[in-house]
Ligand binder design. Structure first.
Ligand SMILES: NC(=O)c1ccc[n+]([C@@H]2O[C@H](COP(=O)([O-])OP(=O)(O)OC[C@H]3O[C@@H](n4cnc5c(N)ncnc54)[C@H](OP(=O)(O)O)[C@@H]3O)[C@@H](O)[C@H]2O)c1
Length: 333
């Protein structure tokens, strides 16, 4: 049983713990929070006695085996690095990093320390994508359209003149980093790393994006990406092939995939949606630690590298710059 520690006491950490416990591979053991008050409030939901920490060093030298990091985005790299150096396996919420070199850095440290690093990109680990890949294997891909946009619960604060973390430049927020990462992961999962990428966005004065659309370029086709946090999209996903169009109800937590051939009857693919959005990733991470599959693990690491390279290119194209990042319009350096 993997002894699980948590950094970040937001709602998503409770969701992950529920999924982790459902797998029966993890046992929640410790919580790190900036304040004892929020650590205690978070722990109240659980029956067992938990170790609570406000000191990161003490937390990282405790008996936990694996950490789940669900803090604001820009803190992930530093916290994950410290945890890996302390010899812990690490699951980092998406986006695990804000720049591709940070991911390469974490992978190097994890290998040196002989521990695993995972990005909690939950849709990448859905069994549905294996079914879809298998179905597409004899077809020529001619393009795709992947959309993921949800009106954020933090929009009222933003409209009130506040800057919630998810819209802040300090914490590497914005639609692309928060939700656009799912369509990018879907594309990398199905078609591999794109050769280049574009993005145009509606942006705040701090350059962070509210919504936007872009293209991922492959040698013979393009994938159109749409994302947003000030809009809501109900568009299904479409994959265009030489034999017809495959329509998915969504690109995360997929429950249906229907192929509409150029001629003939529609074909329904056998998709089984997991009962919890985070169950499949939680199970796969635990299985990888307990029965390592080096080739598969390398695929996950390479996919994350491709995703972060792509997100970075898209940000550069739209001129989205996070706090402390040098950029061409910056007059301070
Ligand atoms: N996979 C999914 O479906 C999913 C869904 C939602 C979010 N996420 C990801 O989960 C992560 C957290 O998102 P969230 O919306 O929960 O973020 P958040 O509410 O801004 O922060 C999460 C936690 O991080 C700590 N924190 C907040 N501000 C901090 C600061 N200034 N310095 C240090 N720690 C701070 C807080 O815990 P303490 O007060 O206890 O320190 C807080 O509860 C993000 O990376 C997001 O992309 C994933």
């Amino acid at each position: 049983m993997l002894q699980l520690g948590i950094i970040g006491t937001g709602a998503i950490a409770h969701h992950f713990i529920a999924a982790a416990h459902q797998t029966k591979h993890y046992q929640l053991a410790a919580i790190y929070s900036r304040t004892m008050e929020s650590a205690k409030a978070f722990a109240e939901r659980y029956q067992q006695s938990l170790q609570l920490y406000t000191d990161m060093e003490e937390f990282l030298t405790s008996t936990i085996d694996i950490l789940y990091i669900a803090s604001p985005n820009s803190l992930h790299h530093g916290q994950a690095k410290a945890a890996l150096l302390a010899g812990k396996h690490v699951i980092i919420e998406k986006p695990a990093v804000t720049r591709p070199e940070e991911w390469a850095d974490l992978v190097t440290i994890a290998k040196e320390k002989q521990v695993f690093v995972f990005e909690a990109a939950r849709n990448y680990h859905e069994q549905a994508f294996t079914t879809i890949s298998d179905f597409l294997v004899d077809k020529e891909i001619w393009g795709a359209h992947f959309s993921y946009a949800k009106y954020s619960s933090k929009m009222p604060d933003l409209l009130d003149g506040k800057t919630p973390n998810v819209f802040s430049s300090q914490f590497a927020g914005g639609a692309l980093m928060d939700l656009g990462i799912y369509p990018v992961y879907a594309s990398v999962r199905l078609f591999g790393a794109p050769i280049s990428a574009r993005y145009t966005a509606q942006q705040l004065p701090n350059t962070v994006d509210l919504n936007g659309s872009g293209q991922l370029m492959y040698p013979n086709f393009q994938v159109t990406i749409q994302t947003g946090k000030n809009i809501h999209s109900s568009l299904p996903a479409e994959i265009y092939t030489n034999q017809g169009t495959l329509v998915l109800d969504t690109i995360e937590h997929i429950s249906s995939a229907i192929f509409h051939p150029l001629k003939g009857e529609a074909e329904v693919l056998a998709i089984t949606q997991a009962p919890h959005t985070m169950l499949e990733e939680a199970r796969q991470f635990a299985t990888m630690i307990e029965q390592p599959q080096p080739e598969l693990y390398e695929n996950w690491l390479a996919a994350a590298q491709a995703v972060h390279t792509t997100l970075y290119r898209m940000r550069q194209d739209a001129q989205i710059y996070f706090e402390g990042e040098p950029h061409e319009n910056d007059t301070s350096c």
